[in-house]
Design a protein around this ligand. Structure first.
Ligand code: INI
Length: 179
């Protein structure tokens, strides 16, 4: 940021101790999604999220993720949702339909509810590509999703109207007005 900037700059608070998370995990390609889930849990625990603040919900396939993510976000008991799935390209157009609808549905879930829904749905041409992203060559995308959930969960809290107004006035929001 340049030194002449005199406006307001907002960065997310760090740490996960005060945040609640919900993880939606698809069973389809569970060989991959189990590893992504483990990566996400590692990130949350490393940042201090207590286990009692974490809910894990299992769904059959990636197509079922958006509705479940939206219901969890709407329930008002979570600061960030992590959507975990793995869609592998087959011989038909099925991959394209499922992948685009899941991405669109996850985006809609966060826009409709105002709760961040982190997109950790791998869309790969081969199983090898998915394995690389679930803990091998390309790291663990589940861990990255956990880190993103912490940042967005904190940011969403800070940007809630009462919290943002209090921050501008140089004080913290009254407790009762925080969700
Ligand atoms: N679901 C996935 O999560 N990954 C896939 O690769 C996949 N393929 O290839 O078919 C898949 N299909 C199932 C789909 O998500 C739904 O569970 C099913 O259609 C029932 O609604």
């Amino acid at each position: 940021m340049n030194n002449n900037f005199h406006g307001e700059e907002i960065r997310a608070a760090s740490g996960a101790a005060g945040l609640r998370f919900a993880l939606v995990v698809s069973r389809f390609n569970s060989f991959i999604t189990d590893r992504l889930l483990a990566g996400a849990m590692d990130a949350l625990e490393a940042a201090g999220a207590p286990e009692e603040n974490i809910t894990v919900v299992h769904v059959p396939g990636a197509f079922e993720i958006p509705l479940t993510a939206k219901k969890l976000a709407e329930a008002g008991r979570t600061d960030a949702v992590i959507a975990i799935g793995c869609i592998l390209r087959g011989e038909t157009a099925h991959f394209d339909y499922v992948a685009s609808e899941v991405a669109r549905g996850v985006q809609l879930a966060q826009l409709d509810t105002g709760i961040p829904v982190i997109f950790c749905v791998l869309t790969c041409d081969t199983l090898e590509q998915a394995i690389d992203r679930a803990g091998l060559k390309s790291g663990n995308k589940g861990y990255d999703a956990g880190v993103a959930a912490i940042e967005m969960g904190n940011l969403a809290k800070q940007l809630r109207p009462a919290a943002a107004a209090a921050s501008r006035a140089g004080k913290t929001a009254p407790r009762g007005k925080r969700r």
